[in-house]
Design a protein. Structure first.
Ligand code: SF4
Ligand code: SF4
Length: 335
């Protein structure tokens, strides 16, 4: 992971209005949009970075050691682009229509459509281009998920929602089926409220989890730490079915797959905020695209690697690979 190296270029003179940014984000289909100044984002990143360190020291990352290497950049968003002055944080509802959810083996909803990394980044590039039409000297950098930025903490600080006990961001109007993205800008955004990310602030959404513990009780492998609001990857089906490529799953995981062959949505499915507010995505790219995932997952068992790579060229499941998906399906069938 490398930062974009800051060669000496003068800071931007551009100043933007939050309403202008929100308007172009809305045009690209983002339901949620908030803005942080770089000073505020650095405070959030420092705090979230030290929580991440504690999570890593406890071994929660399993064998995903790339997370350890990303800590320095995650702890300071100013390192990701020269002269960063502001961060635009966006959210997009990806919940697929109910008719597409009843497959077994099951695939996490976020992976039923096109790979969100490409889709969200493409949209953020369009946001940047639209802003550059009015301000040609404006520079920016879109970041999505795999980039070293603490998106969820930034989203909370920007007022997009609160971090649920299952660790995902929850928005009171949209629930938690949300993709997040960040656009770094070298322009100052006027009138951004300098919220304190620690203390209560008018820009922060209150924590509406209350006494609810549904996600904690529903998790089949007890992966959720309700106090820290983190998930231990060593016990999470999403880690084992997506990231881990060992030839066989350990018994405590294999016996608890509950039909999930790629990811796991259980903790989000039971959340009352989703049950009340989830609604189909307006983004066509996130409707189920791949009939292998949505109608006939068992056909993966007899698929060859060349066919898999062609069929999954635009899917987030491509990176996991055919052998790992076959391992997962076999474990479900043996259960
Ligand atoms: S994704 Fe599944 S296994 Fe992981 S914390 Fe949520 S319910 Fe538990
Ligand atoms: S299920 Fe309950 S505790 Fe878990 S995130 Fe949702 S509201 Fe919070």
């Amino acid at each position: 992971l490398k930062s974009s190296l800051p060669n000496a270029s003068p800071p931007s003179e551009v100043r933007l209005q939050p309403a202008d940014i929100q308007a172009v984000c809305q045009q690209q289909g983002f339901e949620l949009c908030g803005v942080l100044s770089i000073a505020q984002a650095q405070g959030v990143a420092r705090q979230a970075g030290s929580s991440l360190q504690a999570w890593l020291q406890a071994g929660n990352q399993a064998d995903m050691h790339w997370i350890d290497r990303s800590v320095p950049l995650r702890s300071d968003p100013a390192l990701l682009m020269p002269n960063t002055q502001s961060l635009v944080v966006v959210g997009l509802n990806y919940y697929p229509p109910a008719t597409e959810t009843a497959t077994t083996p099951k695939v996490a909803r976020y992976a039923r459509g096109q790979d969100y990394h490409r889709v969200i980044k493409h949209k953020l590039r369009h946001v940047l281009k639209a802003l550059q039409q009015q301000n040609p000297s404006l520079k920016g950098r879109p970041l999505v998920d795999s980039a070293p930025v603490m998106e969820r903490a930034m989203a909370v600080a920007a007022g997009l929602g609160w971090q649920g006990k299952h660790s995902n961001l929850i928005n009171p109007s949209h629930g938690s089926w949300l993709f997040l993205g960040v656009l770094l800008l070298d322009a100052v955004v006027e009138d951004v409220i300098e919220a304190d990310p620690v203390d209560a602030s008018p820009t922060l959404t209150p924590d509406f989890c209350g006494r609810c513990t549904r996600c904690i009780s529903a998790c089949p492998t007890q992966a959720i730490d309700p106090v820290k609001r983190t998930v231990n990857s060593q016990q999470c089906l999403a880690y084992w079915t997506i990231e881990n490529t060992a030839p066989a799953l350990p018994p405590g995981i294999a016996d608890n797959l509950n039909g999930w062959m790629f990811g796991c949505d259980i903790c989000q499915e039971v959340c009352p905020w989703n049950l009340k507010h989830q609604h189909p995505t307006a983004e066509p790219a996130f409707l189920a695209q791949n009939p292998v995932l949505t109608q006939d997952p068992l056909s993966l068992l007899t698929m060859d690697d060349t066919t898999f790579k062609q069929a999954f060229a635009h899917s987030a499941a491509l990176r996991t690979g055919l052998l790992t998906l076959q391992r997962n399906i076999q474990a479900i069938l043996n259960d």
